[in-house]
Design a protein around this ligand. Structure first.
Ligand SMILES: O=P(O)(O)OC[C@H]1O[C@H](OP(=O)(O)OP(=O)(O)O)[C@H](O)[C@@H]1O
Ligand code: HPA
Ligand SMILES: [Mg+2]
Length: 181
C-alpha cells in the first residue's frame, strides 16, 4: 500500500471483478446499437479503459475534459469544459463513463448538455457513488460501489493531481492534506 494511504476502501481485485461484470451487462444492453462511450477526463480514464475491454461489441469512444475541483477537495461549483467532444451526439446512444458522482454537478451539467445536443439516449455508468455528497438531484444508471462521505483517491481520482495511478480506491492519511494525523 502507498505510504500516504490510510485505508483501502475498494481493492484492485474488487474493481477488476466489477469491471468485468458491468462490461458484460453493458455489452448485452448495447449489442447492435453502436453506442458512443464518453469518458470524462481525467478521472474516468482507468475505469473506461478497463470496463470497455469487457464490452465485446461495436462502439465508438470519445472524451470530454471537464473540471470543477481544480485538484482540491471541494468543488468550485462551476463546471468548466477544458476539451469538448470531437463527435456529434445528435441521434446517438451515449454511455457516459465516470469515476465518481459526488455533488452531482459534473454529471448533471453533461446530461443537460447532451440532451440539448439531441442525443437519442444518455446513460451513466460510474465506478463510485457518494450519495451523501449530493447537492443536485441526479442518479447514475449503473453504479459499481457506494462510498462513504470521505475524500477518496486512486484509480483515476486525484488529490492535487496525485494518486490517480493507484490500482485501488483509498483514503489519505490526514497529514497529507494538512489535517490532524
Ligand atoms: O459530482 P461532482 O461533485 O461534480 O464530482 C465528480 C467529478 O469530480 C472529479 O473530477 P474533477 O473536476 O476533479 O476533474 P478530474 O477528473 O480531472 O480530476 C471526478 O472525476 C468527477 O468527474
Ligand atoms: O472524493 C473525491 N476524490 C477525488 N476527486 C473527487 N471529485 C469529487 N469527489 C472526489
Ligand atoms: Mg479531480
Amino acid at each position: 500500500m502507498h505510504k500516504d494511504i490510510e485505508k483501502i476502501l475498494v481493492s484492485q481485485e474488487e474493481i477488476q471483478e466489477k469491471c468485468q461484470e458491468l462490461g458484460k451487462q453493458l455489452q448485452e444492453e448495447y449489442e447492435d446499437r453502436f453506442p458512443l462511450a464518453i469518458g470524462v477526463l481525467k478521472g474516468a480514464l482507468p475505469f473506461m479503459s478497463d470496463i470497455l475491454r469487457y464490452m465485446d461489441t461495436y462502439l465508438e469512444m470519445d472524451f470530454m475534459d471537464v473540471s470543477s475541483y481544480g485538484g482540491e477537495m471541494r468543488s468550485s461549483g462551476e463546471v468548466k469544459i477544458e476539451k469538448d467532444l470531437n463527435t456529434k451526439v445528435e441521434g446517438r446512444d451515449l454511455l457516459i463513463i465516470e469515476d465518481i458522482i459526488d455533488s452531482g454537478l459534473t454529471l448533471s451539467y453533461l446530461v443537460d448538455l447532451f440532451k440539448y445536443r439531441k442525443a437519442r439516449s444518455v446513460k451513466i455508468v460510474t465506478l463510485l457513488d457518494k450519495p451523501e455528497g449530493r447537492t443536485v438531484d441526479i442518479k447514475a444508471d449503473i453504479v459499481g460501489f457506494k462510498v462513504p462521505n470521505e475524500f477518496v483517491v486512486g484509480y483515476g481520482l486525484d488529490y492535487q493531481e496525485k494518486y490517480r495511478n493507484l490500482p485501488y480506491i483509498g483514503v489519505l492519511k490526514p497529514h497529507v492534506y494538512g489535517g490532524e494525523s
